[in-house]
Design a protein around this ligand. Structure first.
Ligand code: HMG
Ligand code: MG
Length: 297
């Protein structure tokens, strides 16, 4: 039984841009976010409050947030630690994504802590955010494979998810960080998660390194998932996950779903307009199939 409607969580302004080496001007990012919202994307990762030494591209997070919050959207920002959360508290943003890797080595490369150290820091932060009325999204990296450690046990992924759900997380965004999962693995893990966390919003986050993102999304839908993180133009990748390509492209996912009569409420022509706003400022080509066929609106 496939869903009749799917929610797209646009991660282009965050995952999409964080790996771009040349700084994308803050005004361009603001315009990109507005154009994505105009295309109908109502849930979005705007930016991240991480160390500007580690990820200089996200150094303008406060300015982005100040300009981009709107009433009818869920505007999410990422924060890896206490310092990041304190920076979020200085803004009006009410939805926070924390992020942790199942694999220790990846987590150490990404946020300089073991997975357990991150859990110990983040669980009390989630409780605090919930007491203050925030929406909390927990991003689970390397849920299938790690670029350093190889295959990841589903049991370890489940345990990490459980720690955050028990602390009060509203949503789990479960990620194939390096785009290595195959469709049967997507189906298996998301079936398990659906069974284990029936009350939690469950979202799948696929990178498209091996061009299996669309198939993995289809397999996840068969397991009952109806929320997907995607990135306009298929931009993206984690700077600390070598070999990771961009996210599933929003336009390719929307096209597939609309062809299947699954509603997304996203306008493809307006999405192309948004991509064309940011395109002159990024170094990599836009490789999504839909964009190649319809580069202009
Ligand atoms: P650290 O060097 O261990 O931090 O980095 P520290 O606590 O030792 O502090 C060192 C300095 O950084 C201090 O400044 C802190 O104030 C500052 P100094 O005293 O030297 O001037 N600092 C901060 N500044 C701003 N914002 C902060 C912050 N924290 C400390 N939040 C840290 C640890 C976590 C900060 C660092 O490793 C970091 O920023 N990592 C972020 C990495 C990142 O952004 N990765 C990409 C996002 S995750 C992702 O893409 C995966 C996802 O898409 C799902 C998937 O696909 O898998 C979500
Ligand atoms: Mg990602």
């Amino acid at each position: 039984q496939l869903p009749t409607e799917v929610t797209i969580i646009e991660v282009g302004p965050r995952d999409g841009l964080q790996n771009e080496k040349a700084f994308v001007p803050t005004d361009v990012k603001k315009g990109f976010i507005k154009a994505l919202k105009a295309a109908g994307l109502t849930e979005m990762e705007l930016t991240s409050f991480v160390s500007p030494k580690w990820v200089p591209q996200m150094g303008d997070a406060a300015e982005i947030v100040a300009d981009s919050l709107t009433k009818d959207s869920r505007d999410i920002v990422l924060a890896p630690n206490r310092k990041g959360i304190d920076r979020v508290y200085m803004t009006d943003c009410k939805a926070v994504a924390i992020f942790v890797g199942v694999s220790n080595t990846f987590n150490q490369k990404n946020i300089n802590k073991t997975t357990q150290e991150s859990v110990d820091e983040i669980v009390p932060i989630i409780r605090e955010l919930k007491e203050k009325g925030y929406f909390v999204r927990a991003c689970i990296s390397t849920a299938f494979y790690c670029p350093y450690e190889g295959a990841v046990e589903s049991e370890d992924t489940l345990l990490l998810c459980k720690a955050f759900v028990e602390a009060g997380a509203d949503e789990l965004s479960v990620a194939d960080t390096i785009g290595m999962a195959a469709p049967h693995e997507s189906y298996a893990l998301f079936s398990l998660l659906k069974k284990e966390f029936p009350e939690t919003l469950l979202t799948a986050h696929f990178h498209d390194t091996r061009q299996m993102a669309l198939t993995n999304i289809f397999a996840a839908m068969q397991a009952g998932i109806d929320r997907f993180d995607t990135s306009a133009g298929g931009l993206g990748g984690c700077p600390f996950a070598p070999g990771a390509a961009g996210n599933a492209a929003t336009e390719d996912v929307v096209y597939m779903l609309e062809r299947m009569a699954i509603r997304t409420n996203v306008s493809l022509p307006k999405l192309i307009e948004a991509i064309n706003l940011v395109k002159p400022h990024i170094t990599r080509p836009i490789e999504s199939s839909y964009y190649q066929l319809h580069p202009q609106t």
